[in-house]
Design a binder for this molecule. Structure first.
Ligand code: SF4
Length: 380
């Protein structure tokens, strides 16, 4: 039986500096404790809202029962204070009715399904910056049962997986981490556990998918997932995870968690993002792939995918991120970037073509050679 508790890498570049090889300790997963938990009356009417409140109170966290369904009092005196206050607040609410009409989410999946919005971590390139309005409070949805029931109508629809011969066996895919990080929150809500069980019992060509920078998988290992949930771990080279991914689980913990789920029969994946050509990037990403190789080498029937996403920013996301992290060392210099226009005229700043080509060729070659069983789903 492969050892699921520890993975070490003899090729850790830090070893040359006198550092020891990395040890992965999956049971030391990081868990968020919000300072403030709010619940609206509408959320308390929902069975899952009641389950979340019971779960949070059982953890010894006080829950404020609001009189109205609007969230107020989230702003501080300064932008920093508003950020700090919002990031430490969990709100249990009912999802907006518009969320019942699912949006396509190419290239990741056919449809986006939201079980929450917001995240307590502090990544300095956060994908949510500029996408969500107002203070970055974490909202978790109490109407989970209706959200999951609504998915039935989408069976057999969607463009992403049906058009791709490489992905047609996935069935209709639902992405449940567009606006949040599931494993940052599930210990407080249980929502993604229920979603895994829902898909496990849904005997149809469907797949639930999510990606995470956390490692808190204890409660998922023994769930009846029936292979219909693919959990991807968002990973990066060590300098990126250590400099710019505050409040997340370490890279080593994430890979140990991936290993545990793979050993439990889950399809798993790597979301390598955001890829950045920092100084020495080949060596650093080489080390990342080395850790992945070690973590997956002896997993029986490994089903591993990779999604490769380079760093990009918009004028709006840059402004929001500089408000949240005014002293960030993250490069967001328009002069260093090429412009990419999106479907609705939105402008993104991406790496220039020669840099993109270099990165893409390197990842394609290295993944083919070192992780031949890994299916690359897309590069962007
Ligand atoms: S884990 Fe994801 S959603 Fe959370 S702060 Fe980091 S990038 Fe944003």
């Amino acid at each position: 039986m492969p050892d699921e508790t520890q993975v070490t890498s003899a090729r850790d570049p830090r070893a040359a500096d006198g550092g020891s090889a990395l040890e992965l300790h999956p049971h030391a997963a990081r868990r968020w404790t919000p300072k403030r938990v709010l619940v609206t009356p509408a959320a308390l009417d929902e069975p899952h809202g009641q389950r979340i409140v019971a779960r949070v109170e059982a953890l010894g966290i006080e829950v404020e029962r609001l009189r109205a369904n609007r969230l107020v009092g989230l702003r501080g005196e300064t932008e920093r204070e508003t950020y700090a206050r919002a990031k430490s607040t969990l709100a249990v609410v009912v999802s907006p009715p518009s969320r019942r009409r699912l949006q396509p989410i190419s290239p990741s999946a056919d449809w986006r399904v939201d079980l929450a919005e917001g995240c307590p971590a502090h990544c300095q390139y956060c994908y949510l910056a500029g996408s969500l309005s107002g203070p970055p409070v974490t909202r978790v949805y109490a109407d989970l049962d209706a959200i999951l029931d609504n998915l039935t109508a989408y069976l057999g629809t969607g463009q992403v997986t049906s058009r791709s011969t490489r992905r047609s066996q996935e069935g209709t895919t639902f992405e449940a981490s567009c606006y949040s990080d599931p494993l940052a929150l599930d210990h407080l809500t249980g929502s993604w556990q229920r979603a895994v069980e829902h898909f496990g019992a849904w005997d149809a060509p469907v797949q639930l998918r999510w990606t995470t920078k956390f490692a808190d998988v204890d409660r998922f290992v023994a769930l009846p997932h029936a292979g219909r949930t693919r959990v991807r771990f968002s990973v990066n080279c060590l300098p990126v995870t250590q400099r710019w991914e505050g409040g997340t689980s370490t890279l080593e913990q994430r890979l140990a968690a991936l290993r545990r789920l793979a050993l439990a029969g889950y399809p798993v994946g790597l979301t390598i993002a955001p890829i950045m050509p920092i100084d020495g990037w080949r060596e650093h990403y080489d080390h990342l792939l080395d850790l992945v190789e070690t973590a997956t080498a002896d997993v029986p029937d490994l089903d591993l995918t990779a999604e490769l996403i380079t760093h990009r920013f918009t004028a709006t996301s840059k402004e929001v991120l500089l408000g949240w992290y005014p002293r960030t060392t993250l490069e967001m210099d328009e002069a260093e970037r090429a412009v990419k226009r999106g479907k609705f005229g939105a402008t993104k700043h991406v790496y220039p073509k020669p840099v993109m080509d270099d990165l893409r060729q390197w990842f394609r070659r290295e993944l083919e050679q070192r992780l031949p069983a890994c299916r690359v789903l897309y590069w962007t």
